[in-house]
Design a protein around this ligand. Structure first.
Ligand code: PMP
Length: 396
């Protein structure tokens, strides 16, 4: 009989040249366990998904309660379903008044697709700006808005009139004009290797968008749900987007995403419903119930307020001459080393020692650290000790 690892290589489409190839049997909190009982500390949370840890009891409880009621009933938006209405109402409570209308979808990429379509409908314009090295997803629209040519080149023609500006570069904001439908940016760039723009830049961006009637779409798929130390990343900058997109951490481990805007902007979809956005499973009741529980856990367990302190603990412990720089916004962290080769050796060794990190799509000399926000001080100390041991073995 073939092992699961052999079946993985034989029958599952491979999505990376370097699969971690760790078989996991179960997961709980920050830990994941292999079939042989080996325990791993998960410092990447499925790329910023398990913000409340794996299988948080409140999330599991909400999932069970919903599976006892109903699963899928009808294309999203047809029937009144309390998981969806309760979730939307709770989300709106976390947001500024202009973001009061929620469109629930399945994933980050789908949320980005919805946001792009909505911006076209509302403004009647067709030109979009996004950032160099942005990652907004893998479907054609989201890919078009991406900012890495290597990822885009094999799929052209993509959406026309999508142009890149440099993230954080004031001078490039001049390209935002009355022809621009929307600017789409990550609040903190994730796959670029955790790049943070200044508050002045974010405010100037907001101001220029308002002045030219351009919609500002902020992608908080990685930065949202507490990851950066505020519930939403944009709260760091005293600004708000016209359309917010989120997913990942939103579902506490279940698939769900959303694009969120005002009644007025979202209303432009209503003129002809068949040409709006349609999604069969978007806002699935089980995912929506899990998402509401996740939101409540983040709010009730004081997790978000503790993010910055925990991030500082990582920075305090991770000191070694082979670490060139640590970039972060809260627990969205990138530990820069000399090269991909060194980094890969360190990551592989740390995995052998039981701590899982990885790299970024567009930044291969930096280690991704994005643990569950529930991680304890002791777990931070222990996992940093393992990473340092791996660094010492490889680099000294
Ligand atoms: N935007 C950002 C900032 C992301 O990090 C990701 C996923 N890495 C996406 C969009 C796409 O989300 P999904 O994989 O759920 O389609």
């Amino acid at each position: 009989m073939l092992s699961n690892r052999q079946l993985f290589l034989q029958n599952l489409a491979q999505t990376t040249d370097f699969p971690l190839l760790i078989e996991i049997e179960r997961a709980e909190g920050v830990y994941m366990y292999a079939p042989d009982g080996k325990r791993y500390t998960d410092l990447i949370s499925g790329i910023g998904v398990s913000n409340v840890g794996h299988r948080h009891p409140r999330v599991i409880e909400a999932i069970h309660a919903q599976t006892d009621r109903y699963l899928h009933l009808m294309v999203y938006g047809e029937y009144v379903q309390s998981p969806q209405t309760q979730l939307a109402a709770a989300l709106v409570q976390t947001l500024p008044p202009n973001l009061d209308n929620v469109y629930l979808v399945n994933s980050g990429s789908e949320a980005v697709e919805g946001a792009i379509k909505l911006a076209k409908r509302y403004t009647g314009r067709r030109r979009f700006l996004s950032a160099v090295n942005a990652y907004h997803g893998s479907s054609h629209g989201a890919l078009s808005a991406g900012g890495n040519e290597i990822f885009k080149q094999n799929y052209r023609p993509l959406l026309p009139e999508m142009y890149n500006i440099r993230f954080g570069e004031m001078a490039d904001l001049e390209q935002i004009s009355t022809e621009t439908a929307a600017v789409i940016l990550e609040t903190v760039q994730g796959e670029a290797g955790v790049r943070v723009a200044s508050a002045e830049y974010m405010q100037a961006l907001r101001e220029r968008c308002t002045r030219t009637g351009t919609l500002l779409i902020l992608d908080e798929i990685q930065a949202g749900f507490g990851r950066t130390g505020k519930f939403w990343g944009f709260e760091h900058y005293g600004i708000a987007p016209d359309i917010l997109v989120c997913a990942k951490g939103m579902g506490g481990g279940m698939p769900i995403g959303a694009f969120i805007s005002s009644q007025k902007i979202m209303g432009s979809f209503k003129n002809n419903p068949l040409l709006g956005h349609i999604t069969t499973f978007g806002g699935h009741p089980v995912s929506a119930a899990a998402s509401l529980a996740t939101l409540q856990v983040l709010q009730n367990e004081n997790l978000v307020a503790d993010v910055e302190r925990k991030a500082n603990l990582f920075k305090e412990y991770l000191q070694h001459s082979a670490i060139h720089q640590i970039r972060n916004k809260g627990l969205m962290m990138a530990v820069e080393m000399q090269s991909f080769e060194v980094l890969k050796a360190v990551i592989d060794r740390a995995i052998e020692l039981g701590v899982i990190t990885d790299w970024f799509l567009f930044c291969d000399n930096s280690m991704r650290i994005a643990p569950p926000l529930t991680i304890t001080d002791e777990q931070i100390r222990e996992s940093c000790e393992v990473i340092l041991q791996a660094i010492r073995e490889i680099c000294e």
